[in-house]
Design a protein around this ligand. Structure first.
Ligand code: ATP
Ligand code: FE
Length: 352
C-alpha cells in the first residue's frame, strides 16, 4: 500500500510517501528562519509559507520515492491538532489531490503520528529504532512544543490519555526559559547544548507535581521558579558565569518531572513497550535518564530516529497505513475540515 501523507500542523511543511510502514521519502521544509525573530510561530506567516511550499514538497516527495500519482493508493493528511491557518493548507491540498485523482482520503490526528513515530521503518523494511517485540499494552509519552501526555495504547489504534499537562507543555517550558536567558528559538536544542558543560545539581529547582496523585504535569511553576532564581543570581554574578549550570539544572528538573510520572504509570500499567516521541524526545540527557529508569523496571523503551522527533509527515503516513487496513476513509472528502483542538483517543466524527 502506497500512501502520500501531508502535515502542515504548525510551522513545518511536511510531505512523505510510505509503502506500508516503510518510509520511501520524507520532505520537511522548515520555517524556523521565518519565525525565530518573533520568538515563536506567527500563524499568518506560517500559512503563507505553507501555501508557497506545499506543491514543491509534494512534487519532491514523489520524485524522491520514484513514484507518480498513479502509484498511490491513498492520500493522508493531519487535520488536527495544530494552528488553524496552517492545518487548512494541508487539508485543502490533500482534499484536492484525493478528489482530482480519485484516491481514498484519510484524516490523521497529529498526536497519533508523534506517538507512533518510534515504530517507523526505512525503505528496506528495517526499524529505525529496533523494538524487541510489538506487544500491547504500550505506554507512549508525547513530549513536544504543544503537548505533554502519557497515552495508553491498549491495542493497535486504541488510545487513552492517562495524564497530561495542566498548563505549559515541556517543550514550551524549554522555549520560555531559553527566551528568559535570551538564547533564541527553539530553545530546547540550545539549552541542551549549553547544559552539556554545566552541573545539573548546582541550582535547586522544583520537580512540579511530583507529590501529586495521578499522572498529570505542570510546567508553569518551574518556569516561574526559573524566573525568580535567574533574577536572584543576576544580582550576585554575571549571567555568563552561571549560564551552563542554570541550563543544566533546569533541564534536569524538566526531565525528572516527566520521568517521575512515567515510572508511576509503568508501575501501574506494566506495559510491554514504552514509546517516547515529540520534539523534546530528541534530548540526549532525557534519553539517557529514561533508558536507565526503564532498564531498572525491565521494560523496553524506544525513541524515534532524530529526524522523526520534530514534525514530519512520515509518522502521519504510518498512522494512515493502520487506518487504511481498517478502511477508515473519509466518506465525503469535500467535508473534511481542520480541527485545531482535536484530542487523541476522541471519537472520530469523520469515520463512522
Ligand atoms: P505539537 O506536536 O504538540 O503540536 P510541535 O509540533 O510544535 O507541538 P515539536 O515540533 O514536536 O512540537 O517539538 C518542538 C519542541 O521541541 C520545541 O519546544 C523545542 O524547544 C523542543 N525541542 C527540540 N529539541 C529539543 C532538545 N534537544 N531538548 C529539549 N527540547 C527540544
Ligand atoms: Fe508536533
Amino acid at each position: 500500500i502506497a500512501i502520500l501523507a501531508i502535515d502542515t500542523s504548525c510551522d513545518d511543511t511536511a510531505v512523505a510517501i510510505l509503502k506500508n510502514d516503510m518510509v520511501q521519502s520524507n520532505i520537511v521544509s522548515s520555517q524556523t528562519d521565518i519565525h525565530k525573530n518573533w520568538g515563536g510561530v506567527v500563524p499568518n506567516l506560517a500559512k503563507r509559507a505553507h501555501q508557497e511550499n506545499i506543491n514543491p514538497c509534494i512534487e519532491l516527495a514523489l520524485k524522491r520515492a520514484k513514484m507518480n500519482m498513479d502509484d498511490l493508493d491513498a492520500i493522508a493528511v493531519t487535520y488536527g491538532p495544530g494552528l488553524a491557518p496552517s492545518l487548512e493548507v494541508g487539508v485543502d491540498a490533500a482534499k484536492n489531490l484525493a478528489i482530482e485523482h480519485d484516491k481514498p482520503l484519510i484524516g490523521v490526528n497529529h498526536m497519533e503520528g508523534h506517538v507512533l513515530s518510534p515504530l517507523l521503518k526505512n525503505s528496506k523494511g528495517n526499524f529505525y529504532a529496533q523494538p524487541p517485540e510489538i506487544k500491547y499494552p504500550m505506554i507512549a509519552m508525547s513530549i513536544s512544543g504543544g503537548h505533554t501526555e502519557i497515552v495508553l495504547i491498549k491495542e493497535k489504534g486504541q488510545y487513552e490519555i492517562v495524564g497530561q499537562t495542566l498548563d505549559d507543555a515541556v517543550g514550551e517550558a524549554f522555549d520560555k526559559v531559553a527566551r528568559m536567558l535570551e538564547l533564541g528559538y527553539p530553545g530546547g536544542p540550545i539549552i541542551e547544548e549549553i547544559a552539556s558543560s554545566g552541573d545539573g545539581t548546582s541550582i535547586p529547582l522544583p520537580r512540579p507535581m511530583s507529590q501529586n496523585k495521578g499522572f498529570d504535569f505542570s510546567y508553569s511553576g518551574l518556569k516561574t521558579a526559573c524566573l525568580y532564581k535567574l533574577r536572584d543570581l543576576k544580582k550576585e554574578k554575571p549571567l555568563a558565569e552561571f549560564l551552563p549550570d542554570f541550563c543544566a539544572s533546569f533541564q534536569e528538573a524538566a526531565i525528572d518531572a516527566l520521568l517521575i510520572k512515567l515510572k508511576k504509570a509503568c508501575k501501574k500499567i506494566r506495559p510491554k513497550l514504552v514509546l517516547i516521541a515529540g520534539g523534546v524526545s530528541a534530548n540526549n540527557r532525557l534519553r539517557y535518564k529514561f533508558r536507565q529508569a526503564m532498564t531498572k523496571l525491565h521494560i523496553p523503551i524506544i525513541f524515534p530516529h532524530k529526524k522523526f522527533c520534530m514534525d514530519n509527515a512520515a509518522m502521519i503516513g504510518l498512522v494512515a497505513y493502520q487506518k487504511y487496513q481498517r478502511k477508515e476513509f473519509i466518506q465525503d472528502k469535500q467535508k473534511l475540515d481542520r480541527d485545531p483542538s482535536l484530542v487523541i483517543g476522541q471519537q472520530n466524527i469523520y469515520e463512522v
